[in-house]
Design a protein around this ligand. Structure first.
Ligand code: SF4
Ligand code: ZN
Length: 280
């Protein structure tokens, strides 16, 4: 991981870093490793952020685990909730979708967009320089293929190991585990006896991602190193993708003022949809 951090110049010696900690094995391992590294840099500092989406029986357990890990490491833990930010928990959104017989976005689609926004808002309020997320090589390669399957190839240009400092309202995101297979982060957590959440999210049914995960794992078993090859291939063509993506430009959402490539950001679009349905 140190090689990845150095190669992509992810941190400066005096950075204030926020780690997104969900309570899963990857994020608690990242927190532990960054906490160790941070001790060597007296001018750097570390905080943790957990997003409480409002998933009863699941996120409550994860919050306790995240809090316990932070307490042990002496790291300040901040929690940001969907309910506070958006007025709805994810459970309420899912209930709403079911009542409306929704055949559109899945709970994960809502959750992903809103959690990303929540993390950025919290990181900005905490005035951190970097937001570190625990996306592994597995997550990265799955996302690359998913973006291709969804026909959203330009998104690949934006989802890089270190995001640009393109917009003051967007906190720079770094992914120190982007070249590390998930198996290794799990092994680290087991060896170090770090407590992490093992129960799956009740809404984890993103069918296409699951298919892609299975496919990549099968291929990796037969052709060792194939995930890394996909990741490196994208790194090679990223400049060309970025040159095309640049034309999209980043502006401000006309509703909430947050950065977006559209007139109204996806979070506002989703909230509008829920509120509009609620009126009928
Ligand atoms: Fe959110 Fe889906 Fe992850 Fe559950 S599995 S926390 S709904 S993104
Ligand atoms: Zn908006």
């Amino acid at each position: 991981m140190k090689a990845t951090i150095a190669k992509y110049q992810m941190f400066n010696f005096n950075d204030k870093i926020a780690v997104a900690v969900s309570g899963g094995k990857d994020s608690v391992s990242l927190l532990q490793i960054l906490a160790k590294l941070e001790r060597r840099y007296p001018k750097a500092s570390l905080v943790a952020i957990t997003v409480d989406e409002g998933i009863r029986g699941y996120r409550d357990e994860a919050l306790k685990i995240a809090a316990e890990n932070c307490r042990k490491l002496g790291i300040k833990h901040h929690i940001v909730s969907f309910k506070e930010l958006y007025g709805y928990t994810l459970d309420e959104i899912v209930k709403h979708l079911k009542i409306k017989g929704n055949s559109g976005p899945t709970p994960c689609a809502f959750c992903g967009v809103m959690r990303r926004r929540a993390l950025n808002t919290a990181a900005r309020q905490l005035k951190v320089d970097k937001l570190a997320t625990a996306h592994t090589l597995d997550d990265e390669t799955q996302t690359i293929l998913l973006n291709i399957f969804h026909g959203d190839v330009l998104r690949i240009a934006r989802e890089k190991p270190v995001t640009d400092e393109a917009y003051p309202k967007l906190v720079q995101r770094v992914k120190p585990f982007c070249e590390i297979p998930e198996k290794e982060t799990a092994l680290y957590a087991y060896i170090k006896k770090i407590k992490f959440q093992t129960s799956p999210c009740p809404y984890a049914s993103e069918a296409l991602r699951n298919d892609v995960r299975r496919m990549l794992n099968t291929m990796e078993e037969k052709h060792a190193g194939i995930k890394f090859t996909i990741f490196k291939s994208i790194e090679k063509i990223r400049p060309a993708l970025e040159a095309i993506a640049e034309k999209e430009g980043l502006g401000e959402c006309s509703e909430c003022g947050e950065p977006t490539t559209e007139r109204v950001c996806r979070t506002c679009q989703m909230l509008k949809q829920i509120k509009r349905d609620d009126r009928y």
